[in-house]
Design a protein around this ligand. Sequence first.
Ligand code: DLL
Length: 431
Amino acid sequence: MKYFQQERECASYDAMRALQSERLVQTVRHAYDAVSFYRESMAKKDLMPGDIRSLDDLSKLPFLTKDDLRENYPYGLLAVPRSEVVRIQSTSGTTGKRVVAFYTQADLDLWDECCARAIVAAGGDKDDVVHISYGYGLFTGGPGLNGGSHKLGSITLPMSSGNTERQIQFMCDLGSTILCCTPSYAAYLAETLIQQGLRDKIALKAGIFGAEAWSEEMRRDIEDKLGIKAYDIYGLTEVTGPGVSFECSEQTGMHVNEDYFIAEIIDPNTGEVLPDGAKGELVLTSIAKQAFPVIRYRTRDICVLSRKPCSCGRTLLKMSRLMGRTDDMLIIRGVNVFPSQIETVLLQEGYPPNYLIIVDRVNHSDTFEVQIELASEMFSDTVREISARESELRASMRSMLGISPKVTLVAPRTIARSEGKAVRVIDKRKI
Ligand code: DLL
């Protein structure tokens, strides 16, 4: 398979390191020459491009943060003349000013290839119907997987998000085989298909799900409901979009496209580089992008890197499933709470992953409520039964989190479903 072989051109660790060193040197020179921000930030560390001779010098370079991107909005970090830019994408801007990313044609080709590799790793080829329900537009999900599917020569079905009835109709009529969307939307599609009695009418074999946190339990739930294998895919607008890393048949983490991106793990508090196997913040450097190179970008995503051999045969480094973000941790009554911990409890206890965490501050004290939706078969009108379930869940959450939330069970299908990234937390303390 073409996309598999390309990755294996650097079949050894040493060959990949040599390629990364060469491309890092070129990228640093390019960014320094083209972008005053990089010149200034390197000057603060007394660095010139000539000081970066190989991968061993990477840690000398300063970090790039989301604030740097915001401060240089919109064109400040553009590294090619505007006439060479053919595309702009953007983050949703829910946590602040939008961040925009630029692409030359060569950058789009690189991105397409990353996503083509992800589709191949999920078992895709030219005969597949790739059903893309990620949003199209400024969000990178739709355009990214679309480009990958085109590059591979699969049949691309550019559904975009929303209109669930039509998604299901096309999925059944056109025989979609690979579904690409957020895991929360995949769960919603599965729920609706089952409810409409159409589960046997679909031909799906795989799903490529990412853009938001999801757990192993959620993977199993989606796989069982849709009868597919569900693969994780990771990426972020700042670094190109989906396809920075992707999962293979082993389903134990995502291979980083190391010929295009260098991954490091750092201690988020000290900035110290940590060895493979340590949990910390992922830092990414692009080494082949032209329009919008990023050097040591602090993603705020928490994961672990591993070089253990993979049964799929790829030699690319693997990053674990994301374990949260440095900025999604809630501090409630002094205790650190990650939304993913709550999801894990729910799925372990047999509840669907439809929940909402509501945090507030009343009389100088934090309030913490988790609204959890009952599946139809769990629904009961008996107050006693409902309150027994609520106290069971409260106990499980206390043992996972160290504090007890107020647990409120709500009727089936009352928590709003998301067609893109799910909103799981309402923190009224920040409003
Ligand atoms: O979410 C790109 C993407 C689209 C990835 C489709 C995968 C599939 P942004 O909107 O810029 O880009 O958001 C990037 O989303 O820093 C992570 O916190 C989170 N994220 C992305 N992929 C995953 C994943 C796209 N597989 C931010 N698991 C990142 C958990 C993910 N979180």
